[in-house]
Design a protein around this ligand. Structure first.
Ligand SMILES: [Zn+2]
Ligand SMILES: [Zn+2]
Ligand SMILES: [Zn+2]
Length: 790
């Protein structure tokens, strides 16, 4: 036998074979196993076409981990086939590994696609939702095409997947397309392996598929010839529409109409938080934002995420869309219905924001939408293709030259993220805010969509609904449950109960260790590494609130090498919403007199007295080493940002303010001072930083310059701490994680500064550095601890 036995990594063509085969040799038959995302993405028709083109015989079918191909013909043609298999992969497919072994030739003729059961149980989950492809878009706008202006056209290369699937296997009867029997023309396409719609499960047309209609505020259908045209007319006139999309409803308004956007904000009771804007195409995106090549690439990926990019001056977008910051969340249409809204050119830019109230789950059901959004939307653009999985739009940004996920949802879920070693079946429940859970088994962790805050019961319901679905999808029955150490999290109490009911093992993981371990695992690092976990807040092993941490970390444990000096957080959570409280506390801690501290923090005298007493007595005043909170405090003092409308607003505005300056404005006196503490973690002191900052402020220095210097001072202090950690431990590898790594300026300053010092620096690439990525890190730590047990 010239082919080695089956292995599942890379190519297995042996030297013996490559040198031994002649052009006219007898028939060769190979079994090729392809693992990865290869089901429901047009992989079988692709292989079918390839076999026909190369004049080869054989068969293909789905198996448990991917597809099995048997291919037979002249050796050289078979080799070409195998090479093309990898290089010409269809757009939505992802090959993780290919295994090859030789079989005895059978002399069969023709190539067949065989039924799923032939190679055993099919279980590779569901593909992610994908944006309308170029071929479908062309048909959508072609008056001669039978699907001209059909709002639900799709093919094997595009269309909804995850959000319309009830259970596996991913076949039409298991999707919300089950109730739309295909017409003859659609069925023919579906059955023809040479057609772009071969086995395209959501395939549909005007004849047989879903339809759209308009509903007024009173819940009655509005009679109209063309619901889309009527919706466009309403939007142009300044009305607010709830538009049903792929993963849920959007609330939409003309983004160039200040009054319309303001009305949307008032009705949604969402004042400061930036709103995402959808524009027709890449050219239109270039007109509203100045885009780098990386940002353009990100905008046009099949996931079509919202990309945070720098606003262009005079771009015509209403000021109240993203007030107070230099960025705009922009994205492109990804569903045919959205393309149609822009098709006649009357609509230039639309606010498209998840249809929910504050942090509640996005609405997906027609009746639910009418009930919950009745007071917000003037009308509803509905359709009857049921959304079975809620899924918000994903949010990305280019940070320090590379794409970074901020919110991982539509287009990414439920694709697995690789693990560096085999994990037993486990569930990691994530954090409290911006919750995402993860199921892990073998070499993959599957993160849920962004679920929002687990503060409310609706949030917890969404969590359970999604968990149920993903457990069914991947047939993972967890044997271990991993949760955050915080005793007060709803996810923690839920985890205890759930694990108790099932009698499964429970593992608590420290928040910042999970952040760092996640980044390590993404890069296959076992550690030890120097982990900078720069974050909002997380529960520490000493019961205090952490968030500015220098850890020496392995996957299965860590030591706290240094942390930011603790500042009081008067009122706990209240302080997160009111940065003036943090500023007041931080200034007092830095030795500023009470009266002056109150004035600098923007506290009213009565408030200052109450909070001052709270701090004195230490009642409801947790201490925190959080870098996020330090940013809040500085933003309160420098920008006068006393209270926030959304999480991290103060810190984001401080970053935006610093953006006007170049990197070279740093001043040494701003650097956090590293103080060694014998026997305990070292402390990065903030006293000198505050002193210099206040002096600059008093001297009338530009606030943008002060903001930039503060960023530089934080980076400087952390780089020094990493340097000390290296001297003590000999470790040269630094991992950057935590929500503060969304801060572009800080991320760049840290990476550049650390590299200048000769460090190897790693950052997140596939998961969010913030709490959206937490569950992946928890899964990694849990699996690493279990590895030690076995
Ligand atoms: Zn398509
Ligand atoms: Zn049809
Ligand atoms: Zn965190």
């Amino acid at each position: 036998m010239r082919y080695a036995g089956l292995r599942c990594e890379g190519w297995q063509l042996t030297d013996e074979h490559q040198s031994g085969a002649g052009p006219n040799e007898a028939l060769l038959r190979l079994e090729v196993l392809v693992c990865g995302v290869v089901q429901g993405v047009g992989f079988r028709p692709f292989v079918y076409r390839l076999a026909l083109e190369e004049g080869l015989a054989g068969l293909i079918g789905n198996n448990t981990d991917g597809v099995t191909i048997e291919i037979e013909g002249p050796a050289e043609r078979v080799e070409v086939f195998v090479a093309r298999l990898r290089t010409e992969t269809p757009p939505l497919a992802r090959i993780d590994s290919v295994g090859v072994r030789e079989l005895a030739a059978t002399g069969e003729a023709g190539f067949r696609i065989v039924a799923s059961e032939v190679f055993g149980r099919v279980s590779t989950g569901i593909p992610a939702d994908a944006a309308t492809c170029a071929d479908c878009l062309r048909e959508l706008l072609d008056p001669a095409d039978r699907r001209y202006r059909y709002p639900f056209l799709n093919c094997t290369n595009c269309g909804p997947r995850f959000t319309i699937t009830r259970r596996i296997p991913y076949d039409r009867p298991q999707t919300s397309m089950a109730e739309f029997p295909m017409c003859q023309a659609c069925q023919q396409e579906y059955d023809d392996p040479l057609n772009r719609r071969f086995h395209a499960q959501p395939n549909a047309c005007w004849e047989c598929g879903p339809r759209v209609w308009l509903v007024g505020q009173d819940g009655a259908e509005i009679a109209t010839e063309d619901a889309v045209a009527a919706c466009i007319a309403g939007l142009v006139a300044g009305e607010i529409f709830a538009i049903k999309g792929i993963g849920g409803f959007h609330l939409s308004a003309d983004a160039t109409n200040e009054a319309a956007v303001m009305r949307l904000r008032e009705r949604k009771r969402r004042y400061g938080k930036p709103l995402a804007v959808m524009v027709r195409d890449l050219d239109a995106a270039r007109r509203v934002c100045s885009l780098s090549a990386e940002e353009e690439a990100l905008l046009t990926t099949v996931a079509r995420p919202i990309v945070l990019a720098r606003k262009r001056e005079g771009n015509g977008i209403a000021d109240c869309v993203a007030p107070g910051i230099p960025w705009l969340g922009v994205f492109l249409p990804y569903a045919p219905l959205q393309h149609l809204l822009f098709a006649d050119g009357r609509v230039k830019a639309l606010v498209m924001t998840s249809a929910n109230l504050s942090e509640e789950p996005i609405a997906i059901d027609n009746e639910e939408a009418q009930e919950r959004l009745g007071g917000i939307a003037d009308a509803f653009l509905m359709h009857d293709r049921e959304i079975l999985q809620r899924c918000d739009d994903s949010v990305c940004a280019v940070v320090d030259g590379a794409p970074q996920l901020i919110r991982r949802a539509r287009g990414f879920v439920p694709l697995g993220v690789g693990l560096p070693f085999d994990a037993p079946p486990l569930l990691a429940v994530g954090g409290h805010l911006k919750n995402v859970f993860a199921l892990a088994r073998g070499r993959f962790a599957y993160q849920s969509q962004h679920l929002g805050d687990l503060e409310s019961l609706t949030g917890l319901e969404f969590f359970k609904e999604s968990l149920d679905h993903l457990m069914r999808t991947f047939e993972i029955e967890p044997e271990t449950l991993v949760h955050d150490m915080h005793p007060g999290y709803l996810s923690t109490s839920w985890a205890r109960e759930w694990a108790g009911e099932r009698g499964i093992r429970l593992i608590a993981v420290q928040h910042h260790h999970a952040h760092v371990a996640g980044c390590m695992a993404e890069h296959g690092l076992e550690g030890p590494v120097i982990g900078l976990a720069l974050d909002g807040t997380g529960y520490g092993t000493d019961g205090t609130v952490w968030g500015g941490e220098v850890l020496i970390a392995r996957l299965d444990g860590f030591k706290r090498f240094a942390h930011l000096e603790r500042i009081p957080l008067p009122g706990g959570d209240a302080a997160v919403k009111e940065p003036w409280r943090v500023a007041f506390g931080a200034l007092l801690a830095a030795g500023v007199a009470a009266e002056q501290a109150a004035q600098l923090a923007g506290a009213e005298p009565a408030q200052a007295r109450i909070v001052g007493r709270m701090i004195e007595r230490g009642v409801n005043v947790p201490m925190t080493s959080s870098l996020g909170r330090l940013f809040d405090a500085v933003a309160a003092v420098v920008l006068g940002r006393r209270v926030v409308d959304y999480e991290a607003q103060a810190a984001i505005e401080l970053e935006g303010c610093a953006m006007l300056e170049d990197d070279e404005v740093g001043r040494e006196e701003y650097a956090l001072e590293l103080c060694e503490q014998p026997g305990g973690p070292n402390v990065l002191r903030t006293g000198r930083t505050w002193k210099t900052l206040l002096k600059d402020l008093e001297g009338g220095e530009d606030v943008s310059r002060i903001a930039a210097r503060f960023h530089a001072g934080v980076a400087e202090g952390l780089i020094n701490a990493a340097g000390n950690a290296r001297i003590e431990t000999g470790i040269n590898c630094v991992v950057l994680s935590g929500g503060c790594m969304h801060n572009r300026r800080l991320a760049r300053l840290l990476r550049v500064g650390l590299e200048e010092e000769g460090f190897e620096v790693y950052r997140h690439e596939k998961i969010s550095p913030g709490d959206g990525g937490l569950s992946y890190g928890q899964a990694v730590v849990g699996a690493a601890l279990l590895r030690n047990v076995h």
